[in-house]
Design a protein around this ligand. Structure first.
Ligand SMILES: NC(=O)c1ccc[n+]([C@@H]2O[C@H](COP(=O)([O-])OP(=O)(O)OC[C@H]3O[C@@H](n4cnc5c(N)ncnc54)[C@H](O)[C@@H]3O)[C@@H](O)[C@H]2O)c1
Length: 270
C-alpha cells in the first residue's frame, strides 16, 4: 500500500518544474491530482513562461503513474477560478486531502531598479495566490475531517535572497502564513507546513534569469555567496523537493504542523 492511496491532492503551478514533480511523486504514492497553472505569459520575469502543452504533459505523466489527473488553466490571483477548479476536482474524485501551494514568480532586481509593478505582481502571486489557494481548498479538508497543506516558500523565506526585496518579502509572508493557518486549522486536524528550497533546477532558471542574477550580484558582490550550500551539490533536483512534499503530505509526518523545512544543502545556516 502506497502512502497516499485513495487520497486526492490539489497543486498550483503544476505545468512544469517543481509543481510537475510534486504531481508525479504524489501520483506515484497513490493520489489523484487536481491542479492549475497560468500556462501563459508571466508578469515581469526574465525566464520562459509555461504553456498549455506543459500542462498537458504533466497530466500525461500523472496518468502514466496509473492515477487520474484533472488539470486546468487558472490564475492563483483569481479566487473564484480556483474555487471552480477545486470544487470540480472534489466532485470528480470524491474529496480532497492534500494541498500544495507551489505557484510563484521570481524577478531579480536590485532595490533601486525595482518597480511598483514588480513588487505588486510578486505579492499578488506569491502571497495572495497562496492565501487564495488555502481559502479555496481548506473547506474541503474540513469536510474530509483533516488533511495536509504544504506551502512552497524558499531559502528567501527562511534567510533571505539578495537583489530581490519583493521576492524575499513574499516568501517570508508565506512562512508566517503557514504558521498562522496551522494554528486555526489545527482544530480540524489540518496540518500546515512550509518548505524552503535553495536553488532548484527548473525552467525558472531559463531565458536570461542567470544573467540577471549575475548582473544584480555585481552591484554588491559581497552578498552573492549568501545561498552557498554546505554540501557539494549546488542545485536541488525538483524530485528532491517533491520527496519532502510527499513526506509532509503523508501520515508519516502526522504530528508535524507549523514547521518550516529547508531543502538547501544547509545554505540557510551557512
Ligand atoms: N527554482 C528555484 O530555484 C526555487 C527556489 C526556491 C523556491 N522556489 C519556489 O518554488 C515554486 C515553484 O517554482 P519552480 O522553480 O518550479 O518555477 P517554474 O517557473 O518552473 O514553475 C512555476 C509554475 O507556476 C506557474 N505560475 C506562476 N504564476 C502563476 C499564477 N499566477 N497562477 C497560476 N500558476 C502560476 C508557472 O506558470 C509555472 O508553471 C515557486 O513558488 C518558487 O518561488 C523556486
Amino acid at each position: 500500500m502506497a502512502r497516499l492511496d485513495n487520497k486526492v491532492a490539489f497543486i498550483t503551478g503544476v505545468a512544469r518544474g517543481q509543481g510537475r514533480a510534486h504531481a508525479v511523486r504524489l501520483a506515484r504514492e497513490g493520489a489523484d491530482i487536481v491542479g492549475i497553472d497560468l500556462a501563459a505569459t508571466l508578469p515581469g520575469v526574465p525566464y520562459d513562461s509555461a504553456t498549455m502543452a506543459d500542462l498537458a504533459e504533466t497530466a500525461a505523466l500523472v496518468e502514466a503513474e496509473g492515477r487520474k489527473a484533472f488539470l486546468e488553466q487558472a490564475d492563483v490571483r483569481d479566487l473564484d477560478a480556483l474555487k471552480r477548479v477545486v470544487d470540480g476536482g472534489v466532485e470528480r474524485f470524491g474529496g480532497l486531502d492534500v494541498v500544495v501551494a507551489n505557484a510563484g514568480i521570481c524577478i531579480p532586481a536590485t532595490w533601486d531598479e525595482s518597480t511598483p509593478e514588480m513588487f505588486k505582481d510578486t505579492m499578488d502571486i506569491n502571497v495572495t495566490g497562496v492565501w487564495n489557494t488555502v481559502m479555496a481548498t481548506a473547506p474541503h479538508l474540513v469536510t474530509r475531517g483533516g488533511g495536509s497543506i504544504v506551502m512552497i516558500s524558499s531559502l528567501a523565506g527562511m534567510k533571505m535572497q539578495p537583489f530581490m526585496v519583493h521576492y524575499t518579502t513574499s516568501k517570508h509572508a508565506v512562512t508566517g502564513m503557514a504558521r498562522a493557518f496551522a494554528a486555526e486549522l489545527g482544530q480540524h486536524s489540518i496540518r500546515v507546513n512550509s518548505v524552503h528550497p535553495g536553488a532548484v533546477g527548473t525552467p525558472m532558471g531559463s531565458g536570461t534569469m542567470v544573467d540577471r542574477i549575475t548582473e544584480t550580484a555585481a552591484s554588491y558582490p559581497r552578498l552573492a555567496p549568501m545561498g552557498t550550500p554546505m554540501l557539494q551539490q549546488w542545485l536541488a533536483e525538483p524530485e528532491e523537493v517533491a520527496a519532502v512534499v510527499a513526506f509532509l503530505a503523508s501520515d508519516e509526518s502526522k504530528f508535524m504542523t507549523a514547521e518550516h523545512l529547508s531543502i538547501d544543502g544547509g545554505a540557510h545556516a551557512f
